[in-house]
Design a binder for this molecule. Sequence first.
Ligand SMILES: Cc1cc2nc3c(=O)[nH]c(=O)nc-3n(C[C@H](O)[C@H](O)[C@H](O)COP(=O)(O)OP(=O)(O)OC[C@H]3O[C@@H](n4cnc5c(N)ncnc54)[C@H](O)[C@@H]3O)c2cc1C
Length: 519
Amino acid sequence: MLHLVWLKRDLRLYDHAALTAAISAVHQQGGRLALLYVIEPGVWSQPDSSLRQWQFVRESLLDLQQQLAQNSALWSVAGNMPDVLSALLQQLEPQGQSFTLYSHEETGNLFSYRRDQAVRQWCRKHQITWHEYAQNGVRRASRSRPHSRDDWAAHWAAFMEQAQHAMPLLSECPWLPCPLPDALPVTALPTNLGYDQTPCPGRQPGGRSAALALLSSFLHSRGRFYRGSLGSPLTAEHHASRLSPYLAWGCLSVREVLQAVRAAQQQAPDTRWRNSLAAFESRLWWHCHFIQKLEDEPLQEQQPLHPAWAGVRQFNAAWYAAWANGQTGWPLADACMKYLQHYGWLNFRMRAMLMSLASYPLWLPWQQPALHLARWFTDYEPGIHYPQVQMQSGTTGINPPRMYNPTLQAQKQDPQGVFIRRWLPQLAQVPDSWIHQPWGMSQRLQAQCGVTIGRDYPAPLVDFEQATRLAREHIRQLRQQPQYFSNAADIGHQHGSRKRRAAASSRRRTINPDQLRLF
Ligand SMILES: Cc1cc2nc3c(=O)[nH]c(=O)nc-3n(C[C@H](O)[C@H](O)[C@H](O)COP(=O)(O)OP(=O)(O)OC[C@H]3O[C@@H](n4cnc5c(N)ncnc54)[C@H](O)[C@@H]3O)c2cc1C
């Protein structure tokens, strides 16, 4: 019997529930072990995939290969997962052999959701057992345990307190060399997969070794200034943990990071440091809280959570292209888009601002902007991404709309225009007093600074005040639909965090309409 561990978004060996279970089955039942990574053309041709994500995954696999003992078996095979499994069974059956499949549960995009359904069907048809394990605080509903958010926080806390799975003694495992003729050594993996091929010269390197170094630098030095540094793209670059791609692709487990943070908190030399680490810990709770939303409603990738929002906004190809290429005329937004293109990462507040600008003043449907950001995020995590996108574009019905004013944000987060000038060199000579609103400069001043607005740098696509007034009016009308607030109450009941206990008790009956009118 072969015990086959299918690696997906869990590119590590440590704290790996599926690997631990497979090894324990080998010890108890006998048989051999292998790790499988499938390069699925379906995954890498999805419009949310990109070269930068693939490069990160490829580096993570190379790093993982280095951690394996010499004789161990990491198979990498290209193909659709059910076809790969069929080919494997064909090789094993003539020798009277079969296999058991082990993996983590994945809350991925709709493609991976349907792929997993196909794999489940395939396993049933061929009488192959597939064991799946949770890898974070997300809870999968089943017939015996229907979805409920009521005791979710307790479930999350219990999962995070469990002991981590130890690093297995790999040299003692009986590995099975790959019997599939078209398997590739990890060193020969393709180099250029992904739908979007935009280069990303500042991308974070993939792999657990890089992840551990980053975690250590965060816990022991950078993390001290975490709190208070997250809003500005200038400070967040250094003091945010930057662990997101390593969590998204599973080079680190959320549990190991959380337990490391708690240990560091015990030793933190001062209150500032302790508070920063506590703030960081709360983000790890959000991580799972958001992924749970997509787990419970996979169609969120395509449809608004609140049905009243379906088909409300109009696509404007020229405005979308300007937004996606950093040509909106709002300097901080454009600088952020250039920065994201270069680094594959952006701090939370600026992600929220970009999404909000697409959704309110530009009134674009969220789906295209969501795909654009997904492709450019090396840390693309569907379970965080789509619920965040829907939250920032107001389509959940349960979050008050946040219309980030790009000029006010720029004045606050980049008061001297250091970030703006770095990413928009055509504005390098613009004085501080105009750097956040260069369209207001006189012709003479423009000539003095060597920039012509409308030629070297665009004027804003729309007047922000006017456009957001219109957006508010659209929203006001939507909320007059008879079912609007009762639908919102149901959504709150299904996806709400239950963090505010007092509000939670009445949530089933109604959501306070005033809360939704706060903007
Ligand atoms: C429109 C939009 C899309 C987003 N898409 C993604 C995505 O695809 N992948 C992704 O990892 N994050 C996403 N985020 C959340 C957040 O912006 C990033 O997690 C964060 O900027 C990553 O940087 P960091 O690791 O330094 O974060 P830190 O502040 O150091 O946080 C540590 C970890 O906590 C989690 N986390 C932090 N903030 C949030 C949050 N607001 N919601 C949920 N989890 C959070 C992440 O796993 C993060 O790595 C999105 C936010 C917005 C507004």
